[in-house]
Write a protein that binds this ligand. Sequence first.
Ligand SMILES: Nc1ncnc2c1ncn2[C@@H]1O[C@H](COP(=O)(O)OP(=O)(O)O)[C@@H](O)[C@H]1O
Ligand SMILES: [Mg+2]
Length: 367
Amino acid sequence: MSCLNTLYEQKVKDGDLKPDPLQKKIADQLDQLCVKLADYTPVKLEIGGLFKSFKKLWQKPVVKIKGIYLVGPVGRGKSMLMDLFYSQAPVQKKMRTHFHVFMQKVHKKFHALELENPKGEDPIPKLAEDIVRKTWLLCFDEFQINDIADAMILGRLFEHLFNLGVVIVATSNVHMEGLFQNRPGADAFKPFIVLLQQNMDELELCSDHDYRLGRKEIKTKWLIGCNQKNHDILDQVFLQESGGKQGQQVELTVMGHVFIISCAAGKVAKFQFQYLCDTALGAGDYLALTQKYKVLIIENIPVFNPENMDVIERFTTLIDVLYEQHTILYVSAETDWDHIYPKENRAAFFERTISRLYEMQSQDWTN
Ligand SMILES: Nc1ncnc2c1ncn2[C@@H]1O[C@H](COP(=O)(O)OP(=O)(O)O)[C@@H](O)[C@H]1O
Ligand SMILES: [Mg+2]
């Protein structure tokens, strides 16, 4: 029997969590999903010789369990609840990952399959099959779709995954209805939203309290002023973190292109903001970067121009990746993190970035 509820209540009793009736309600629903999962095997996996008659089976109806799409503002405990669920879910073949990380793997695998298969067969069924062999309960933290390339692949991939009986639980700051809307190509994306609605129940967690705020002491890793004094301090940080080694140029190859890091040594890399967020770099590059370097220094973060959404979205992606990988970030910036994107024109998704920058400045952001 599932014990997610008991675990949640125990954490409240122990003082690890503050009592929160809205969280408790979500914990109940996640608990019910655990109970259903205990008796569930995706139909396709029950059949011997797994995917031999894959194409024929494709058409058969599957008795499915609906997953959960947990939506709400930042700091409400969505990821915490999903992690509790993940720890208790009675499934061996399960995976919990940040959505960016998953998408990077999907793109990599997609291209590898395309290369292996010059006849031009659709790589998506094989991709879905490979995923299901390893895991059929997928938990995604921070589900979001920023990019048309992701949108195109995901719709079809998810259709195959759901057909195979995969159960998906995800957290997000965006309602399903709002995913990838107001962008070129949004209409073509609508059937995907319907598919999500058919296969996942949307639950909202929107208590008043942002548990991140006011929790931790702030230490200065965010230097205000793009001036020589601050850049000297950042040079000292670099030397401390590199164990006294001078920085050198390093080249990383990421999915076939070269990503040049002009100054890196040991576990630290240093960048100019403009290079990192105003050139054609993306989540794949940022992920490769954080896998190699634990500490990142970014110089000269400006006040953002609200019309330059490319830069703002790239910065958001960068911070999401750094946060997920627990990278330590030092910066010099024109102003504090709450004012780099003027509030009056700030896009809603940036609130998450602000909350994360806040958390990443705390002293215990190193564990
Ligand atoms: N009920 C609670 N009491 C105390 N801390 C909490 C509670 N719920 C969440 N937190 C903490 O607040 C922080 C933010 O929670 P998180 O799950 O990351 O929020 P979200 O995913 O909604 O942005 C985490 O460090 C989490 O452990
Ligand atoms: Mg979260």
